[in-house]
Design a protein around this ligand. Structure first.
Ligand code: HEC
Ligand code: HEC
Length: 385
């Protein structure tokens, strides 16, 4: 027997079908519109939990050196909860206006009256700017490590090209083994892959917690005042004067360094008369000559770890270095950096030329060079894949 249908007529059935279809589209649309909000709420909750977990991990593992609120431990470790790490520029508001005024002043259409106004305003701004610098200097005087308002960003000072998050995370993963040379205890590696105690997700939580200290434009002088310790900056190599020491080639400066003055057919046989002391090489590398200042982060320069392995397994395999020994490669790299530009920058391609100073032949004695090479030869760790 034929069952009775609810909608008997075909037109009614088509109508019901259309209405149902439209209703479903409307529902899907509504869900799609709300998805963003739902995800944002979810992400906020997720972040909040990540911050909470990160705070707990920070308390257990990091406060001992970096202080309970991340403001650093004097003589122990630098502040992380600091305008300097987050790169806040206390002078930016003055500089922005000064630059735009200068542009306006240089414009030919600017009337003499306006120029007079601009000059008056520039006076005021320059005074305010200087006052700000004086205030900052008062606040940070006697703070170990020191802070220079004209160099407000830790990442810029390290020539770190990536994000702050990546900087903190990679510091956590690998630690700073060489920091043992300028701090009482080094920043160790925390990731399990590098032999440390923490899992990757735990490191991510700690980084989220640290990033949560960012105040954006709202950093104040009180925040500077609260810092207990700023990072220690390696000495500027250009200020290390060789004075009366017998350097390899006297008189080279950044401006006049001329590779023609470096005759390796004379330098290498002379160098062979010296026995390198790796301990002293390490000291020179880390403080005396500030090599570590650049060779600490892979974004700036090839990192120290594994230098000797890299020379043997990679550099000397490059036809451009055919005929060089490992020691010769190092001597050339140190005295004449632009002769061969190391490939393998994290961004792909070569490292930039003319970044490493060209004048080390005027900073180093033969003994120093032998010591540096002896130290670099101890860096025979396996290379990361
Ligand atoms: C034994 C002391 C010690 C402990 C514990 C420690 N650190 Fe450090 N940390 C240091 C020192 C010293 C430095 C400075 C290294 C340098 O200047 O190269 C440093 C540097 C850092 C930096 C880089 C700061 C900069 O401006 O270069 C970060 C980020 C950091 N530590 C995070 C942490 C976190 C997160 C923990 C906990 C998981 C932690 N540290 C535990 C001693 C420590
Ligand atoms: C201002 C930053 C800077 C300083 C300071 C610096 N270097 Fe370099 N160094 C670089 C860069 C960038 C490269 C890679 C480009 C190139 O090959 O010239 C490099 C390359 C090298 C290489 C070749 C590495 C390789 O993997 O082939 C060696 C060795 C080296 N430097 C040693 C030193 C020593 C020793 C000092 C201190 C006496 C020093 N550097 C100081 C930036 C620096």
């Amino acid at each position: 027997m034929l069952q009775r249908l609810i909608f008997e007529r075909i037109e009614q059935r088509i109508l019901v079908g259309i209405v149902a279809f439209l209703a479903i589209m409307a529902l899907v649309g509504w869900l799609a519109i709300n998805e963003g909000g739902r995800m944002a709420a979810f992400e906020e909750q997720y972040n909040a939990r990540s911050i909470e977990r990160g705070a707990a991990l920070f308390n257990v593992n990091c406060t001992e050196c970096h202080g309970p609120d991340g403001r650093g431990g004097a003589g122990v470790a630098p502040a992380l909860n600091s305008p300097y790490l987050f790169g806040h520029d206390f002078l930016a508001e003055y500089d922005r206006e000064l630059i735009s005024l200068e542009q306006e002043r240089n414009n030919q259409d600017t009337t003499p009256e306006r120029v007079a106004e601009i000059d008056a305003r520039v006076q005021v701004l320059q005074n305010d700017r200087q006052n700000m610098i004086n205030q900052i200097d008062t606040v940070v005087s006697n703070k170990p490590g020191g802070y220079d308002p004209e160099h407000p960003s830790r990442l810029d000072d390290l020539a770190w090209a990536g994000s702050l998050r990546a900087f903190v995370l990679t510091t956590l993963i690998h630690g700073r083994p060489v920091s043992a040379n300028y701090w009482p205890r080094p920043m160790s590696a925390w990731s399990q892959t590098a032999g440390g105690p923490l899992r990757m997700d735990q490191l991510e939580d700690i980084v989220t917690y640290i990033m949560n200290w960012d105040k954006g434009d709202a950093w104040t002088l009180e925040d500077l005042a609260a810092v207990n310790q700023f990072p220690i900056k390696p000495v500027d190599p250009s200020t290390v004067v060789a004075s009366d020491r017998q350097v390899i080639v006297p008189g080279l400066t950044d401006a006049n360094a001329n590779p023609d003055q470096l005759d390796f057919s004379v330098i290498m046989p002379e160098l062979a008369n010296y026995t390198g002391d790796p301990q002293n090489g390490q000291a020179l590398y880390n403080s005396g000559l500030a090599c570590a200042g650049c060779h600490l982060v892979a974004a700036t320069a090839p990192i120290l770890d594994g230098t000797w392995t890299r020379v043997q397994d990679v550099r000397l395999q490059d036809p451009a270095n055919a005929g060089l020994t490992g020691e010769e490669y190092l001597a050339h790299s140190i005295l004449h950096p632009n002769e061969y530009i190391a490939p393998g920058a994290p961004t792909g391609g070569n490292y930039p030329a003319s970044v490493m100073p060209p004048y080390f032949a005027s900073r180093l004695t033969y003994q120093d060079l032998a010591d540096l090479i002896a130290y670099l030869k101890t860096q025979d760790q396996p290379l990361p894949n």
